[in-house]
Structures are given as C-alpha cells and as structure tokens.
Write a protein that binds this ligand. Structure first.
Ligand code: ATP
Length: 234
C-alpha cells in the first residue's frame, strides 16, 4: 500500500531523515519507534505532504505522492493525526468532526459521524462541548475521530499516548485496534514501545534519521537489544 524508498528530508541544512525506506501493507498496523528527535514525526509529516523529500520516492497505491500537496494526499486516503492532538479549541466536538469531512462531497457525513460516536461514546456524550475544555484523552479521541471523518485508507498516528494516564493509554490502544479491524491500515509513531509493539504486526526502529532495525513486532519484543534500549530493560 505504502512504499517509502530511500528518502532524505532536510530542515534547512539539517538532515532529519537519511535514506529512510519502509513499507506498509494493506490491513497492517505498523509502528515506528525511536527516541526523541529520531525523526519519527518528520517521517509522518513527509508522508502527509507537509514536508517534501529532497531525494527518494514515496509510492502510495502504486503512485508517487512525494512532494504532492497535503490536500491531495488527504483526498487520496491518507489522514494524519499530529502530535499534540491539535483540535479547534473554540469549536464544539461535533463541529470539529464536521471539519474532518470538509473535503468530501458525498452525503454520508452524518452516517460516518454516527460511526465515530459508536467508536468513541465519550464524544457523543460531549458533542456540544467546546473541544478546548475536553481532557487530554478526550482530545486525542477527537483528533482521531476527526481524521476518521475523512474516510482514510491509511491513518498516520503521531504519539497518541503522549501525556495520557495509563488507563487512557490502554483505551486509546484498544480503539486503534478496533479502527484497524474495520479495514483501516495504520502507521503508528510511538515512544511507548511496549504498547506499540503489543498491537503492531511489524515495526521499524529509527535512530538519528535512519532505520536501524525492522521486523515482526513479536520478534522485536523478544529481542534483547530492543528490550535494553526501548523497553526499559524489561
Ligand atoms: P519526538 O519523539 O521528540 O517528537 P521525533 O522522532 O518525532 O521526536 P522529529 O520531530 O521528527 O523527531 O525531529 C527530527 C530532528 O529534526 C530533530 O533533530 C529535530 O530537532 C529536527 N527538527 C524537527 N523539526 C524541525 C524544524 N522545524 N526545524 C529544524 N529542525 C527540526
């Protein structure tokens, strides 16, 4: 479904991604783990068209999307839930969800909103509440719900567990699995390697802009190197 081939991405003179290659197959949950500043968010921003690779290519459903405008990429079925869950604070939950569907012309927006409410009953309870007054976990749900409103084939999630209490982290990860089970492919960026590896099919480890390890999530979970560096030596 997605094939990233040897991309180099720069911020000015600073090279944030160095020859990164990875693949995501339809139906998978793939996770990208790595320390602060490794380049995880940069990769997602490049996939969603916010940054352009200087070299290399990105193939999505057989077509190159490298350097295409973000709007065209959303239309093609890739939705990005950025780090820090930026919701529109002065709009209600429901208005935020409506915005997620703004590029769509079909009449099924209402129907999809019901589906989002079925996945996130908490958002239904709070649909008239201003998004800025939601808790951190609820804002994460809203950011994910808004992305789902664009009917993505591929959902890019950037650190959905960041800053959330353990119980809410568990809820969010259960919901990610549920979204995946309805046919949405997921690329998940996480610092919580333990949780991410427990739900992913495959994983890539990124260090200072390079992919250094990749494999089946189960194999990585069992590897001593990964345990030492990313699983707190568990
Ligand atoms: P974190 O988990 O801390 O979010 P990350 O793996 O997502 O880390 P990135 O945000 O992709 O890392 O950053 C990769 C590198 O690029 C870092 O060295 C960072 O300082 C640098 N970087 C990120 N954004 C910019 C920017 N706008 N201008 C210059 N350098 C940047």
């Amino acid at each position: 479904m997605l094939k990233v081939d040897q991309i180099d991405v720069f911020y000015g003179n600073i090279q944030a991604l160095k020859g990164v290659s990875l693949e995501v197959h339809e139906g998978e949950i793939v996770t990208l783990i790595g320390a602060n500043g490794a380049g995880k968010s940069t990769l997602l921003k490049t996939l969603s068209g916010l940054l352009k690779p200087k070299n290399g290519d990105i193939q999505y459903l057989g077509e190159s999307i490298a350097g295409k405008p973000a709007q065209a990429i959303v239309k093609a079925g890739i939705s990005h839930v950025p780090e820090g869950r930026r919701v529109f604070a002065n709009m209600t939950v429901e208005e935020n969800l409506e915005l997620g569907a703004f590029l769509r012309k079909d009449k099924e927006v209402r129907n999809d909103m019901e589906k989002v409410y079925a996945i996130f009953p908490r958002l239904l309870e709070r649909r008239k509440q201003l998004a800025g007054t939601l808790s951190g976990g609820e804002q994460q749900m809203l950011a994910m719900g808004r992305a789902i409103m664009a009917r993505p084939k591929l959902l890019l999630l950037d650190e959905p567990s960041m800053g959330l209490a353990p119980l809410m982290v568990k809820t969010i990860f259960n919901i990610i699995e549920e979204i995946n089970s309805t046919g949405t492919t997921i690329l998940l960026v996480e610092q919580n390697a333990h949780m991410a590896l427990s739900i992913a099919n495959r994983a890539y480890v990124i260090e200072t802009g390079r992919v250094v390890i990749s494999g089946e999530a189960k194999e990585l979970q069992a590897s001593d190197e990964i345990k030492q560096a990313y699983l707190g030596g568990l």
